[in-house]
Design a protein around this ligand. Structure first.
Ligand code: SAH
Length: 337
């Protein structure tokens, strides 16, 4: 089967899919994400949301949505920070787009005392102005991989050979769409196409252009690039993507350029490095305030979390941030020096 089908089944199979069967986050799980590292992350994103809401004319009501909200931690911290703006909490209708029953349950536990709605897909969100967040969501959507063997391309497949799963390259084909996107790659180069992620960007871009609002995508990846970025992680370690289907997280780097192009006629801002983005939103000041008057041990934890989220050698450069707005909207916070 093509890699995209394998990845889709491993992550989303209705009975055995990785995200369907478990909460993968945290120290005892498989991986940790920025909102789980520190409340500072969600708080400065909350300030971003509040500013954007103000900039688009403080519509009431409006949709505040998140794609793939994990444990609900980011939304909880965003609401705490943005809720200080008068009128914000009453205006926000909160929507979580989540396919995993296990994680919906976690989200409900985190967001007690908050009226929350769930949807299976971004297409089910109610109409109107919307501010949407997605952290480490797009990297979990399946991709296709192709290898160039001039003048044709072969698509990566997963095959059963001798009782074991292995990668093989499919038959040579012309693949005009791949060739158009990667016109000048050398023979042997592997490239990736993320149609499901692009479909999300296209849907949101059209919606934002027509109905107003903004979207913020934070993920690991780069503006553009080639190469095999598929990886599998279990218990905080890299593992073989083929040995434990459905029991390891499978991800691929996000190519933000493809998202920006798919989102037209909305305007794309960035991508900018997560470290730069969070610094511009004031995370250093937030870290100082949180540490003030705390024990040396707690203060060191806060400094460590700040470093992990922003330092170029940690998550600061690997993670990139892209926003979508209407063509005529002001540049959102964090995207201009
Ligand atoms: N944003 C969270 C969790 C990231 S893990 C955080 O930063 O901690 C990826 C999330 O996307 C999980 O909540 C997973 O269940 C969800 N997810 C994966 N594929 C999905 C899909 N096709 N539709 C909706 N949610 C999906």
């Amino acid at each position: 089967m093509p890699l995209i089908e394998y990845m889709g089944l491993c992550l989303g199979h209705p009975e055995h899919g990785y995200y369907i069967t478990r909460d993968p986050l945290g120290a005892a799980g498989d991986f940790i994400t920025a909102p789980e590292i520190s409340q500072m992350f969600g708080e400065v994103i909350g300030a971003w949301v509040a500013q954007v809401w103000h900039d688009i004319g403080a519509p009431a009501p409006f949709v505040l949505a998140e794609l793939g909200p994990g444990r609900g931690t980011l939304m909880r911290d965003v609401l705490r920070a943005a809720g200080r703006l008068p009128g914000f909490a009453a205006a926000a209708g909160i929507w979580l787009v989540e396919t995993s029953p296990a994680l919906q349950q976690r989200q409900a536990e985190t967001l007690t005392n908050t009226a929350v709605h769930w949807a299976d897909d971004a297409s089910a969100l109610p109409p109107g102005p919307m501010i949407l967040l997605a952290n480490e969501f797009l990297d979990a959507l399946p991709i296709r991989q192709f290898q160039r063997t001039d003048p044709v391309w072969r698509e990566r497949q997963v095959a059963l050979t001798g009782g074991k799963l292995g990668f093989v390259w499919g038959p040579p084909r012309a693949q005009p769409e791949v060739a158009a996107r990667f016109p000048e790659v050398a023979d042997g180069t592997i490239v990736e196409l993320a149609a499901p992620a692009e479909a999300v960007a296209a849907r949101l871009g059209a919606r934002i252009a027509a109905q107003g609002g903004a979207a913020l995508f934070i993920d690991y990846g780069a503006w553009d690039g080639t190469g095999d970025t598929l990886q599998a992680v279990a218990a905080h370690r890299h593992v073989d993507p083929l040995t434990t289907p459905g029991a390891a997280d499978l991800t691929a780097h996000v190519r933000f350029r493809a998202l920006a192009e798919a989102a037209r006629p909305a305007r794309a801002h960035g991508c900018v490095a997560q470290g730069v983005f969070l610094e511009r939103l004031g995370i250093t000041e937030r870290a100082r305030r949180l540490a003030r008057g705390q024990s040396p041990e707690l203060a060191a934890n806060i400094a460590g979390a700040h470093r992990r989220l922003t330092h170029p050698a940690e998550m600061g450069n690997l993670f990139q941030v892209l926003a979508l707005t209407r063509e005529d909207a002001p540049v959102p916070p964090g995207f201009a020096p």
